[in-house]
Design a protein. Structure first.
Length: 408
């Protein structure tokens, strides 16, 4: 049974790897430190919403054997609308992932530095972080091979290491199970928690994962009969991702101080209470979260560029490689010398804030088109859940844009 599951596991795990990046780890850490178990329900809600949307993306990929950006380009007939949405997708996913990539690599560095300490090279007054270069080289190697099955196995291994690391850390803190279950089932809104609640949902329901998932499933599966395997893979992988996020919240709730700003601080905070054992496991988890996101972000951007621009190319093509190499290189350079491209990040956040509800709406529209999906269109239940999630994404998108302009 377990062996059969491992044979079928695949694209869903890569989606989990993509949403559990350093940003998610940091946000879950702060949620646990500031609010204990009280916001676990928000993570449960996020997991349910992610499963619903990602199942649609996976079904679209298998039945149409096309990526989401390709289907959008073909199905939207109005030239102006098509150009606007294509620009929005490219801006949010390609530019966005380029600007966030430094953060992904920096997250992996935090995990390594917790164990190894800083390893820097000073050159003409410039301080270069060599661990950033190391993570970049590993990511480059895995992506350059251009073999989907190899890449999938490598990322699954890293995700399992990350999952075990964070889950073991949570177990070591010996949480109160009754309080944990209350936090999971009973929605609570502690004072000043609303932005954290919105953040937990926003960091899990990620627009670029819809593009990544639809593209990955068609690399893995090619027949309608494979839909059942894809659904199991999606549900199990995203639940596993949700458990990892919850484990981070649980671990952080064990800390007796609020002087924590990221997961590396959490590792240090756990050391006096639970020993170096917990610290090393947490650091390993943080490294895995950083490097998996550092691989999936450039990969998603390359798939999106391929679909939006109509490239009929494979993983080893020059065009496809040029996109992910550019993003990875920018990430390594910015993270190794400590540059933060603030204006680009702000632009990407606005584009992502607009993209999430737009893509959720378009996805719902496409999932009801028999010309694309035949008998595999959405059921009434799937549509109801989809519209509820669409309403949440509109709220999340508006919040993201307002935050950039300092209105909230």
């Amino acid at each position: 049974m377990i062996k059969k599951w491992f044979q079928n596991i695949g694209p869903g795990t890569l989606v989990a790897a993509a949403f559990i990046g350093p940003g998610t780890v940091t946000l879950c850490t702060l949620a646990g430190v500031n609010f204990g178990f009280n916001l676990l329900w928000a993570m449960l809600l996020s997991v349910i919403a992610t499963i619903v949307l990602q199942e649609m993306a996976a079904r679209l990929g298998i039945i149409s054997q096309k990526g989401l950006s390709e289907v959008i380009r073909e199905e939207i007939k109005n030239p102006f609308l098509k150009q606007f949405i294509t620009f929005l997708i490219l801006a949010a996913v390609v530019v966005g992932n380029a600007s966030y990539e430094a953060g992904n690599i920096s997250g992996g560095i935090l995990g390594l530095e917790t164990i190894l300490g800083e390893i820097t090279l000073v050159f003409d007054g410039f301080s270069i972080n060599l661990l950033s270069v190391l993570i970049g080289v590993i990511a480059f190697f895995l992506l350059y091979i251009g073999n989907y099955k190899f890449l999938e196995k490598a990322l699954i291994t890293l995700v399992l290491i990350m999952s075990i690391s964070f889950l073991v850390t949570a177990i070591v803190t010996k949480p109160n199970i009754v309080e944990l279950l209350k936090g999971l089932i009973i929605p609570k809104f502690p004072e000043k928690s609303i932005l954290t609640i919105i953040g937990l949902i926003g960091t899990t329901v990620v627009p670029y994962n819809l593009f990544l998932h639809a593209s990955l499933v068609k690399e893995r599966w090619h027949k309608k009969e494979d839909l059942s395997s894809a659904r199991k893979d999606t549900v199990i992988s995203i639940i596993l991702g949700g458990l990892v996020s919850m484990a981070i919240i649980v671990s952080a709730a064990a800390i007796q101080t609020t002087n924590i700003s990221n997961a590396a601080d959490l590792a240090k905070g756990l050391a006096p209470l639970y020993g170096d054992f917990a610290t090393y496991f947490l650091a390993l988890g943080l490294f895995s979260a950083g490097i998996t996101s550092a691989i999936t972000a450039p990969l998603a951007a390359a798939y999106v560029a391929k679909g939006c621009l109509g490239w009929q190319v494979g993983l080893k093509s020059k065009k496809f490689r040029l996109v992910w190499i550019s993003i990875l290189l920018l990430g390594v350079v910015f993270s190794s010398v400590g540059i933060k491209p603030i204006e680009i990040i702000k632009f990407a956040q606005v584009a992502n804030g607009m993209l999430l509800p737009v893509i959720a709406g378009i996805l719902l529209w496409i999932m009801n088109k028999k010309s694309v999906l035949g008998n595999f269109i959405n059921t009434k239940t799937q549509n109801i859940l989809g519209f509820v999630i669409l309403a949440i994404t509109i709220f999340l998108g508006a919040k993201g844009i307002l935050k950039v302009f300092n209105f909230i």
